[in-house]
Design a protein around this ligand. Structure first.
Ligand code: FAD
Ligand code: FES
Length: 1365
């Protein structure tokens, strides 16, 4: 038995349930052999021996990270009985497993020998409880919180408007904190100015490199990070609440002060604990905690353990960092863990002249540090360190070991970077097989069959090549993101020793080592044939060409490898890049001639675009007319989000007896479900119940979602109609058991007498599988197509463009907690955009009246459309389970289930016929659009998951298709695309033809102004020229620039509001809209303060008195759906109405009091009104005017991109967005929506591949294989300006929407990319040959790296070299 003791002052361990912010910091030690397993803290202690089994399991057997409880998603409760098992039974609910960074915390370790504390960030979802023995854990609440005051990181994140839904924010704070702490510890760095850190701007930019944020677009986060840097120019930072642009003095003065060491990460008393533990430790035998955690202190101890009887059975895992669970997603429980980090031999670092030997347990981060030490570093070691710095993310590298990585490569064919680079460097490793220690080359090690379970990798030798002359060493990797958590398509490293022929100056290869990995073979390999061929040769173009021929014989990906040809072409490109500088007269891909405009002159220099720092400019318009509406005030609750105190559904204290559910879904597209069983493993024995269609109560309906067009069941009832369809909900004591058991379900299917499933739009058309769409939704023909065609000078008869699906990727997956209440009632806490809908669906499913169901939503951690309709089946299933079991049930979808079940954006295929004049004016267009709607009613019916509205649904596809057609027309005519675009912009008359009354007044039609402001300027022309110049100068990188206009029609909806003034003068507001990150609460707060302003004295600020509270479907009815970009303004309008009522009631009293007293303070007015029985609460329902409820939003964007022709990588060099959001209700909030929407769109157009297998089952089901943009993929320069648009009385205080339309602006990136690819194809036209025209080609969405490369030509290197022959 053992103890797990959180120790410290009781204040440090706060006994209440919450996520990251729950505990300011915790200190743990795990003590062996001390009696019953017990959790101790200063106020309470639990004897876990009396706890239910799951608790014991969770605590002792699985030893799942105890400090996960401090992650934002995994709460715990000390307050109730041992149902607090949940807090120890914590599990990476997200299953993002190191891929998102939202659960990052700071771990600190103390070394009593050196009296030093090491602080590092770590992903809590990957870290096991036992591994933090004697560590201290600091969470974001440990930095600062509402009670004790916020930390400068939290204040600056809030002040730079860098949180929206706030779900990622605690992790962002901790990643930044870790970077600051470590920079400040570095004594070799100069002291920073007061209030700043020693970190540099360039380091600060990378502090959050592996952390995902779906909302903000990262730019404001980057500014918040940079604000700490010693070398920052505060004037370069973006919009914030601390100073006004241009006011340099204010900037430094008002920035919340940062001082090193203001948070103690490892307190003195804990150091004493560690010291005393060292003196009392039993070094003579392995440190063991019965029930599962073993930490041998030497190899001998390890042997004793491995040879002991208890290890002959069960599931045992040897671990160092345990990050492999992020790669291979452990699907079952382990009985025992052996922590190798206690073995000193595995932590050695031996520096010699020949290189460095690392014990296999040394972390990647530590290895980087050592390799960069001046006394050690050589070219080879430095380049290895640089490459290691691109592996995973800082919070993974800090715990992941070099040895663990190589073991994964050896045993599991993992696409390791480290194996490849060390292979080229000629590393040796030392392994222990039984008692025998063997030294092998890395190549020999990798070539062996997978190592036996008990083979131990002892150390790895990194050769320095210090004693060799003329050594060249380079490493390469091509991955969807340059830095942030993405494994490579191919990695490679090359080491060469060369001689210069003194007479000719030719370079001769004396020796060479070429390693390639991740291309679809068992492991990284040396290209021996190529090496042999090159040895002794003078490098020339023909020699390189021949080397490539040999290379292609050896680089043969396995059959199942995705993008196989692309990977081969990458390998070729890398070899060419390495060898070309050695040959004479070759155009070298490594040398980029950078062309810039400086002082009106073109300026050229050689630099890598990846190294350009991120810059930005925001031009917003402040409007004080309706103050505080119109002011860029910071988001309501931003600090709460940063400190992790903001409560999401999973943070709500788990009620007594709460159970947890996980979905079992079909993996077949159309099949009868005959039986569901569970594998007999530990996880599946924990199943308490399986809820299926049979459990729908009498009187209830098996309807998970119903809409105009039809209904979708909660659970398939014997027939599964698509892969991903819920079949049942596994109920267990903990979420972990439920999740694991659901993954272990064995489902027996039968397809007897069933037609084959319909899995594509093409199938659907062929088999006539369409939903019946009501006529009101039919598209209307405008004008006369034949007449337009007759007028055309030219025609394109059959163009095609395809857009794939996109997953929502909100950071908070679908979550719901259903709590049965008295009298057959149900309270449901749901992360929902549609509580009113959830109420109706739950009531119908349970067969109870609506008033028996209360749905409460405080906020959602992002939603993007999926927490409206697609949340309904999850919410109803949870309620059915709670109803049946008469116990609270929580369902928190793991990321994989969320991705598989919830669906995404509609994949769309468009075929078009277009007629146009020679000047580019389009005269006629016929468009056939095919949308794969999946199983739910919507256009083409297929056996796929239901597709649903996702941020800018339909509009983003439509807008892009229009741009693709314009581009096609321009390319046919060989005209400038922007000129054709400008020619086809609507004037107000044509706008009215297409949009009727939504077109509004002519004065509100701002699109031409926006477009001209960006594209019809000398600066744009100059940039376009620069791009041409760049393309002329550079062969292997090409640039493109493009400007797109957008229109986006929205409709305002009816919306309720309620404003109540309490006796102390504080104000509480309820609205129908839900805060999903879009800043609705902030705007509503501003509106309430504005609406009641007339009642306050001039100097009084009501803003701080307003609190917006959660939506409650029984308190405020008719809440409707939050969506369509207009809920903020509708909610504001409702609040304004309610305020008007209060003003009407209170104004007479105020006037009277004023007459009597002169000044009427707010508090006095409210006190008097209350005493006189004035009703201080007013409700309203805003119903928009039917004639003006629809309107159009306008914007335009220029993007400039650069592509790497050898890899297909796209760098967005600059994006300039101009947007008309009317008289913005809050420019900071709208700016966030514009930037965030744009980056969301960049993900859609460039990165996010939402793939399915041949059964239609989603296979892009984790952060591992689905890549949303990260900070390293945003534009290097990101500028936004708002148009000063006129007053518009039809709108709410003349404001316009900002939530969805800006997403469309990202098509500018796609269009610029097309220009760059055109430049490449034109340049290489003579080699590319007859395969398509250089200018006209289909470029579907998303245009990922492989697609870019393919469009540029997979074999351009060979063709180029041949052309030189
Ligand atoms: C989000 C994420 C992104 C990543 N990105 C990259 C990337 O871009 N490039 C890349 O190369 N890698 C990447 N990785 C892989 C990462 O480098 C490895 O997971 C890590 O190095 C493994 O080290 P560990 O200490 O966590 O190993 P563990 O998970 O503890 O162990 C891994 C395996 O090796 C065994 N093992 C460990 N040490 C020994 C030993 N000394 N002797 C015998 N067996 C041992 C364990 O039993 C286990 O089976 C990524 C991982 C994650 C989670
Ligand atoms: S604010 Fe980052 S995910 Fe929402």
């Amino acid at each position: 038995m053992g103890y797990i003791k959180p120790i410290g002052e009781s204040d440090n361990l706060r006994p209440r349930k919450r996520g990251a912010a729950m505990i300011r910091s915790m200190f743990f030690w795990v003590e062996p052999e001390l009696g019953p397993l017990e959790l101790v803290e200063s106020t309470r202690s639990f004897d876990c021996s009396t706890a239910p089994i799951p608790f014991l399991h969770s605590l002792s057997r699985e030893l799942i990270a105890i400090f996960q409880i401090v992650s934002p998603f995994l709460g715990f409760s000390f307050s109730s009985t041992i149902q607090s098992s949940e807090w120890l039974c914590v599990y990476p609910l997200f299953f993002t497993l190191g891929g998102c960074g939202a659960c990052v915390v700071l771990l600190s370790k103390y070394d009593p020998a050196t009296d030093e504390v090491t602080d590092f960030s770590a992903s809590s979802c990957l870290t096991l409880l036992g591994s933090i023995n004697y560590c201290s854990v600091t969470t974001t609440e440990g930095l600062g919180n509402a009670k004790d005051g916020y930390h400068s990181i939290q204040k600056r994140i809030a002040g730079f408007h860098a949180s929206q839904c706030g779900f990622c924010t605690p992790g962002m704070c901790m990643s930044l904190f870790s970077s600051l702490v470590n920079a400040d510890k570095d004594a070799s760095r100069p002291e920073p100015p007061k209030g700043f850190s020693k970190i540099t701007v360039s380091e600060a930019e990378k502090a959050i490199v592996g952390n995902l944020c779906r909302c903000t677009g990262y730019r404001p986060l980057v500014d918040a990070c940079k604000s700490f840097a010693a070398d920052v120019d505060l004037e370069d930072l973006g919009l914030n609440t601390f100073w006004k642009k241009g006011n340099k003095d204010d900037s430094a003065r008002n920035l919340p002060n940062y001082s090193t060491g203001d948070v103690c990460t490892f307190p003195e008393f804990l150091k004493s604990e560690v010291k005393s533990s060292v003196s009392t430790s039993h070094s003579h035998k392995p440190e063991t905690i019965e029930y599962g955690w073993y930490r041998p202190k030497s190899i001998e101890h390890l042997h004793i353990l491995l040879n002991s009887e208890s290890f002959s059975t069960g599931n045992v895992k040897l671990v160092v960092g345990n990050t492999s669970s992020g790669v291979y997603k452990d699907q079952d429980l382990y009985d025992k863990y052996i922590d190798l980090r206690g073995i000193p031999e595995l932590s050695i670092i031996k520096r010699t002249n020949d290189g460095v030997e690392f014990g296999s347990g040394v972390t990647i981060s530590r290895a980087i540090e050592v390799l960069r030490e001046e006394k050690v570093s050589t070219l080879v070691l430095k380049k290895i360190a640089d490459h290691l710095n691109k592996v995973a993310s800082p919070f993974v590298r800090n715990i992941a070991s070099v040895g663990g990585n190589l073991m994964l490569a050896q045993r599991k064919q993992f696409e390791s970077d480290i194996a490849t680079i060390l292979l080229a460097a000629g590393s040796k490793i030392s392994v222990l097989e039984g008692l025998e220690r063997v030294t092998l080359t890395l190549e020999e090690f990798l070539d062996r069959p997978p190592c036996a379970d008990r083979t131990i990798l002892m150390s790895i030798f990194f050769p320095s090549w210090a004693s060799y002359n003329n050594i060249l060493f380079e490493t390469y990797r091509a991955s969807p993101r340059p830095l942030g958590n993405a494994v490579s398509y191919v990695n490679s490293a090359f080491l060469a020793q060369t001689l210069i022929d003194e007479e000719t100056g030719d370079v001769v290869v004396e020796n060479i080592q070429l390693a390639f990995g991740a291309f679809g073979m068992e492991h990284a390999i040396r290209a021996r044939k190529v090496e042999d061929f090159l040895k002794g040769k003078i490098v020339t173009s023909s020699v390189i060409l021949e080397a490539i021929r040999f290379l292609k014989e050896g680089i043969v990906p396995k059959n199942s490898t995705s993008h196989a040809e692309y990977r081969v072409s990458l390998a070729v490109g890398f070899l060419f890049k390495f060898l070309s500088p050695l040959a004479k007269g070759l155009s070298e891909p490594g040398k980029i001639v950078h062309v810039e405009l400086k002082n009106g002159q073109s300026h050229m220099e050689s630099k890598n675009s990846d190294d350009i720092p991120i810059a930005s400019r925001q031009e917003i318009l402040l409007n004080s007319e309706y103050s505080p509406v119109g002011e860029p005030i910071k988001k309501a609750g931003a600090e709460l989000q940063a400190s992790g105190e903001a409560v999401y559904v999973d943070d709500i204290p788990t009620p007594k007896d709460c159970l947890h559910g996980a979905f079992i879904y079909s993996s077949k597209p159309l099949a009868y479900v005959k039986e569901i069983n569970f594998k007999s493993s530990m996880a599946s024995t924990k199943v308490i119940s399986l809820i299926t269609a049979k459990d729908i109560p009498k009187g209830g309906e098996n309807v998970g979602f119903a809409w105009y067009f039809g209904a979708e069941p909660i659970f398939a009832d014997s027939l599964a109609e698509y892969a991903g369809q819920p079949l049942g909900l596994v109920i267990a004591e903990t979420q972990k058991y439920a999740n694991l058991a659901a993954k272990q379900a064995v489902i027996e299917y039968s397809t007897d007498n069933l037609e084959p499933p319909i899995l594509s739009v093409e199938d659907a058309i062929e088999r006539n599988s369409f939903f019946q769409i009501p006529p009101m939704f039919y598209p209307k023909q405008i004008g006369d197509f034949s007449k337009g065609m007759a007028e055309a000078d030219k025609k394109i008869e059959s163009g095609e463009v395809k857009l794939a699906s996109q997953y929502y990727f909100y950071m908070e997956p679908q979550t719901v907690l259903a709590v049965p209440d008295e009298d057959n009632c149900m309270t449901v806490y749901a992360a929902s955009q549609w509580p009113e809908g959830a109420q109706a669906h739950v009531a119908k499913a349970l067969g109870i009246p609506f008033h028996n169901v209360r749905v409460i939503t405080r906020r959602a951690g992002g939603s993007f459309g999926a927490k409206a309709f697609r949340a309904m089946p999850v919410i109803t299933a949870c309620a059915v389970a709670a109803h049946k079991l008469r116990r609270p049930v929580k369902v928190y979808l793991d990321r994989q289930t969320d991705m598989v079940m919830i669906g995404g954006r509609h994949p769309t295929k468009a075929n078009y016929t277009v007629g146009f004049k020679s000047d580019g004016k389009i005269t006629s267009l016929h468009l056939d659009l095919r949308l794969n709607a999946g199983i739910s009613e919507d256009v083409c019916k297929t056996n796929n998951t239901s597709k649903s509205a996702m941020r800018a649904p339909g509009d983003v596809q439509g807008s892009f298709i229009a741009e693709a057609i314009v581009e096609h027309v321009a390319s046919v005519l060989s005209l400038d695309t922007n000129a054709v675009r400008r020619k086809n912009l609507h004037d107000h008359e044509s706008l009215k033809v297409f949009f009727q009354e939504s077109a509004g007044e002519a004065s509100t039609y701002t699109l031409p102004t926006l477009f001209d402001r960006l594209a019809s300027t000398p600066s744009y022309e100059a940039r376009a020229k620069m791009v041409k110049h760049f393309n002329f100068e550079n062969k292997w990188k090409k640039r493109g620039i493009s400007c797109v206009p957008i229109t986006y029609k929205v409709r305002t909806k009816q919306s309720p509001g309620k404003v109540s003034v309490l006796n102390d003068g504080s104000i509480v507001v309820e609205v129908g809209g839900i805060e999903i990150g879009q800043g609705l609460w902030t705007k509503v707060k501003q509106m309430a303060a504005f609406g009641l302003k007339e009642l306050a004295e001039g100097s009084e600020d009501l803003l701080e008195k307003v609190r917006v509270v959660q939506a409650d479907s029984l308190s405020l009815i008719q809440g409707g759906t939050t969506g369509g970009s207009t809920t903020s303004e509708s909610s504001c309008a409702a609040v304004q109405l309610a305020c008007n009522t209060l003003v009407e009631r209170l104004k007479p009293l105020k006037d009277k009091m004023k007459e009597e007293k002169g000044v009427v303070p707010w508090a006095a007015l409210i006190g008097q009104a209350s005493a006189q029985g004035v009703n201080l609460s007013a409700s309203s329902l805003y119903v928009p005017e039917p004639s003006t409820f629809r309107y159009i939003n306008y914007g335009a964007a220029i993007s400039e991109v650069e592509i790497d022709l050898l890899t297909g990588a796209t760098t967005i060099l600059r994006s300039d967005l101009a947007y008309d959001c009317g008289k913005s209700l809050n420019p900071a909030v709208d700016l966030g929506q514009v930037e965030g929407g744009f980056i969301h769109g960049v993900g859609f157009f460039l990165y996010e591949e939402f793939l399915t297998n041949s059964d239609g089952l989603t296979v892009s089901d984790s952060t591992w294989n689905y890549k949303i943009p990260t900070v390293d993929t945003i534009p290097k320069e990101f500028n936004v300006e708002f148009l000063n648009s006129p007053h518009n009385t039809n709108r709410v205080l003349s404001s316009k929407a900002s939530g969805e339309p800006p997403l469309l602006l990202a098509s500018a990136v796609h269009c610029a990319l097309r220009e760059a690819i055109r430049a490449a194809r034109t340049d290489f036209a003579s080699y590319v040959g007859s395969k398509g025209s250089p200018l006209t080609f289909q470029m579907d969405v998303p245009t990922t790296m492989p697609m870019v490369k393919e469009l540029c030509g997979l074999d351009i290197v060979e063709k180029y070299l041949k052309s030189l022959a």
